[in-house]
Design a binder for this molecule. Sequence first.
Ligand SMILES: Cc1cc2nc3c(=O)[nH]c(=O)nc-3n(C[C@H](O)[C@H](O)[C@H](O)COP(=O)(O)OP(=O)(O)OC[C@H]3O[C@@H](n4cnc5c(N)ncnc54)[C@H](O)[C@@H]3O)c2cc1C
Length: 533
Amino acid sequence: MMQMRDAGVLVVGSGLAGLLTALRLAPRPVTLLTKTPFLAGGSSDLAQGGVAAAVALDDSPEDHAADTLEAGAGLCDEAMVRLLAEDGVREARILLEEGLPFDLDDDGAPLLGREAAHGRHRILHAGGDATGRTLVGALVERVRNTPSITVVEGAFAVELAMAGDHVGGLLACHADEDWVFHRCPRLVLATGGIGSVYLRTTNPPEATGDGLAMAARAGARLGDLEFVQFHPTALAATSPGQSKPMPLLTEALRGEGAVLLDGQGRRFMPDEHPLAELAPRDIIARAVWRRLEAGEVVTLDLRPALEKAGIERFPTVLAYCRAAGLDATATPIPVAPAAHYHMGGVVTDANGRTSLPGLWACGEIADTGVHGANRLASNSLLEAVVFSRRIAADIAGLPLAHPPQVPRLLPPSVPAADAAGDLAAITLDVRRTMYTRVGLWRDGDGLQEARRHLAALSERLDGLPAVRGGGFAEVARWGEARNLLLVARLVTEAAWRRRESRGAHYRADFPDLPGPGQPRQFLTLADLDTQPD
Ligand SMILES: Cc1cc2nc3c(=O)[nH]c(=O)nc-3n(C[C@H](O)[C@H](O)[C@H](O)COP(=O)(O)OP(=O)(O)OC[C@H]3O[C@@H](n4cnc5c(N)ncnc54)[C@H](O)[C@@H]3O)c2cc1C
């Protein structure tokens, strides 16, 4: 049985981007869907560092923009970066005025942290290193207390419904009600990133790129897909591929003196870069990766940092280690690079509009152009803060629209419960392929091989016997597998086409950094069928 519902505005995803968009739209009626059984889900909850904004007296939006452009390695949209930095100051002040629980000094001014590649102290944080959890917790409470927002947890968004080239609805599988067709004239995708496409990731398992895949299937313009930022030191205590995010061993540890050791217990970063453990993220990540590929165990010795800064400085990290059965005060901790953040996504303008009328994108799913080839730390939460406001204002400024006459989508046939093993095997294969061929270290042969292999996996997935009437678990399992596979193919295609090294994209067959300066790359789904060789 399928239900029909009319939503004023439908927001899909309840991380920072979705929660803020819904709140900024109040008192307009909003339906907020999330696939996890609880609010909020997603990466927002895990954010440690904070929100970058030039609120300090000795800082300016110009300086923040300059640092962002520098990190973006020549591929940022400059106008969007300036907008981010300028709006960022105002929006950060509004969040403070609204009483979000940022860490404050005795005078009530925000305490500001400093992170790599920021020229100033400009990171607002909350709950120490638990910024995401603290902010999201406060926003969830506000959402629950806002009568105009209808929250639906356990609702898996499956497909966008098109009325011509307009987005006019969404088919979703609800855990408690079966299939629901949401007609809506305005739809905001806030479904987060794609970390789960990789074998090792700091992202939660729900980061499977669902929104990106849905938008791609609907024909949206996608951009900068090849740029995936890896964090160099994720705690590698569990076997890769488990459906748990890998905990971050924060950069601040290296800032306080923690050192990386190879399989023989020797420090190797001084041979790799003059800044040793404080070299740029990508350089450290590749140095670690090469040693892991050679079969070594790479460890981070936290003890110098713990001795210098005191163990009370790193409670979250020490708790992660303890939970993995490791005592960081006694022994070096195994690490591996892990996919952390996707710079690319669904291309949007300054108001979050995508190339498809009726569809907006906000947060990590969006490609606003502010990150270029590499994200400056703590600019992603800021991006969600700034663009959620602009999207809400844009939607509120449009005339009240009636639900479009959009052809109803029928529930798809999905692989039955006994195909779970096949889906898991395909997913693991995708994640391995992406980590080894389309991760930190890419070359033409590996990318070509990955393109062919992923296309073959796609055929295998399409060929699994399917039945009508699958429940939420089957739909979500199949939906995530096919979305992850499509996103993997798109990222691989973009990486194959960028024949240079730039920012987070390193091609061993074009190793000179920076490369000749290929412009930003935009793709649509159709480009997968017209692959140049
Ligand atoms: C460990 C870690 C630390 C980080 N630290 C920082 C930091 O300090 N500062 C910073 O700026 N950035 C940081 N980042 C990045 C930042 O957290 C993310 O970019 C940001 O939180 C993304 O927010 P979002 O709202 O776009 O997506 P998310 O928070 O990932 O939320 C996505 C939402 O979409 C829902 N969803 C997905 N698919 C579907 C579907 N098919 N149907 C229905 N719902 C769906 C999910 O359930 C979830 O609610 C960090 C990331 C990680 C992983």
